[in-house]
Design a protein around this ligand. Sequence first.
Ligand SMILES: NC(=O)c1ccc[n+]([C@@H]2O[C@H](COP(=O)([O-])OP(=O)(O)OC[C@H]3O[C@@H](n4cnc5c(N)ncnc54)[C@H](O)[C@@H]3O)[C@@H](O)[C@H]2O)c1
Ligand SMILES: [Zn+2]
Length: 468
Amino acid sequence: MKKFFIYGAPASGKSTLGRRLAAALGAKFVDLDDAVVERAGASIPEVFAARGEAVFRDLESEALAAVVGDDSGDMVVSLGGGTLLREANRALCEKSGAVFCLDTPSDEELQRRLGAAPGSRPLGDRAKERAAHYAGFPARVAAFFEAQDSLVVVGRGIAAAMLKERAVVADATVAKLWKDRLGIEPLATIPSGEEHKTPATVAELWHAFAERGLGRRDVVCALGGGVAGDLTGFAAATWMRGIPWINFPTTLLSMVDASTGGKTGCDLAEGKNLAGAFHFPRLVVVDADFLSTLPEELLAAGKAEMIKHEVIAGVCAGGGTAKGVVPTAAEIAANLSVKVGIVREDPFERNGLRMKLNCGHTVGHAVEKLSGYALAHGEAVAIGCCEEARIAVRRGLAAESWPAELAARFAAAGLPTEIPPEIDRASIDETMKGDKKRAGDVVSFALPCGWGDVRIVPIDLGSERIYG
Ligand SMILES: NC(=O)c1ccc[n+]([C@@H]2O[C@H](COP(=O)([O-])OP(=O)(O)OC[C@H]3O[C@@H](n4cnc5c(N)ncnc54)[C@H](O)[C@@H]3O)[C@@H](O)[C@H]2O)c1
Ligand SMILES: [Zn+2]
């Protein structure tokens, strides 16, 4: 039986995360504070006031020992803000499960959460006094969100415990690099590369599920980049008409983009992502530790989508996207929250908001295709965003200086900003007419017009030419 302990400063969100994580993992949830109250027959402030902190801590240790001794099933336990100050409690938790420590929210956020509630100052002060204590827990949660039917948890050092003893479909490269470190034996491995994102691979996964006897109550996990996530999610969506799945994205692109929108599928000879389904993972575990083995060009690919999110949201954060820098879990969480916010408002692309995520992608997809996929998707998106900013200027929708400003951001991330000379510009319009976001010859562009200013602009490529 697996146990997960959620720890962190007061008001860091332990109970909320614990309750949601338990639901997503199909585990029982226990709030240790509630267990203490039950034991004491009084509220925590009452115990503190009448019997003192030492008695409270004894009751807490007893309650913890009882919880640890409960072997009725998998369990997520949210601890009190000081439970692990006692070394014996810490040793007990670490021996019987995994401890995830929530990062302490910023002062402003803490103030917002605690509001004017009595005791708010001592709680905030306590978080500061114990900063070194909380920092001493290696498995960290930087943030968590709800995205449609998914719980998204972003941190580091958190994947291994959640992958243990689960049915895992892994990208072959990731399996080779990470299998031993994670202590897993995948149910199936997918050969690496977009060329394997095919119906044949989906069929192989179905056969692997059949062999393992996966039923409707089982949960399948995807471990890898966007390809592994899209394929595993699609296989889960179609296996027995849909079984739940958990996504463990391992590329920056899949962390900030592919893992959270609920889109799953595979490519056909006729085009990319043509066969697919919306099937939201129950849980998305974004563990930034995976980025330690990701080659620089794949980091850059993810940074292209990060900059796209910054354009959409109007936050020019910058730091984590610079060339050679590996973004932190907090930077990934902040960036991912842009997509999560949009997906929450428009999960199935119905009110046009989600189309903003297509920024830079109309030209981007066309140049990616015309390069014969020599350009990586992220490179194509960087070029596409810069080109679409130039289109916005030509239509009087953006300032003259905007494309150069945007191009500088992509260049700083080590990404290209111009259409390579070997690409036949005269074919770009025709290629864009094949875009999925079109009606007849009218293609809907999501043009970047400035920070926080992406506009959906339909352009009739039947009567108007953009290139050549
Ligand atoms: N579902 C969506 O909403 C959505 C959104 C964007 C993109 N996508 C899809 O995502 C795919 C692109 O994603 P991607 O760039 O992650 O591609 P990918 O899955 O092919 O991964 C790229 C490469 O990185 C390797 N890799 C993965 N993690 C690694 C790690 N931690 N260390 C070392 N190597 C690692 C893989 O083996 C692979 O060779 C495309 O198929 C695209 O259509 C889907
Ligand atoms: Zn993209």
